[in-house]
Design a protein around this ligand. Sequence first.
Ligand code: FMN
Length: 224
Amino acid sequence: MDSRRAFAPPFENIYIENLRIAEIERGRRGMDVIEAIETRRAYRSLAPVEITPELLADLARCAQLAPSCNNNQPWRFIFIHGPEALAAFHPALSAGNGWAKAASLIIAVFSRKEDDCLIRDREYHLFGDGLATAFLILRAMELGLVAHPIAGYSSKKTREILGIPEEYQIITLINIGRHAEGINPVMSSEQIEQESVRPERKTFAEFAFENRYGVPLASSTIAK
Ligand SMILES: Cc1cc2nc3c(=O)[nH]c(=O)nc-3n(C[C@H](O)[C@H](O)[C@H](O)COP(=O)(O)O)c2cc1C
């Protein structure tokens, strides 16, 4: 194959690139990565947002650029949007995730282990899904959207409703909307509290080590 063709991005990617270049030229640069990371929250009060083909392609493009073992790109996504498709999908959500019925877009993320590196006990498709999902979430943040991943759903119903073959593991559903000003009345008191207070994180000492297991990172000054 002509090597230039092999590296030429498909048409839809050129379209997205041009869109981004146009945005940058108009001086509308997005967030810094650090700003997207710091301001991202798994909010549950969602207001509707318009789902356009451009938005879907933009989010898919960011997932597409994630790194993967041997460039295997194991992740698969189904973008569920439009009132009928969403209503048909809602029975797959767990009772505690009723708030997700207000999402304008739900993205099912799934993969199978044979599509990525299998190195002894290491199954990299799960890692690949996580990376692609993280890229997509950060881009959604930059676009002013909430992108909330969940594990609370029925895999069986998700598989049946979306027609996902048995050999794929369904890893998460990402719920997309705008952060609503009010509180969704279906939320529990704990969920309401988490809307304004970020759930606590482990300290560096609990998860980050320096040079050897158990030695806390920068133990004196910078550790938070
Ligand atoms: C794999 C995964 C599964 C999750 N499942 C749910 C869920 O079923 N329901 C829910 O309300 N939030 C769910 N969350 C969101 C987490 O509760 C949330 O990210 C965490 O409490 C930290 O809050 P923050 O993201 O706002 O910082 C999930 C997040 C991840 C990454």
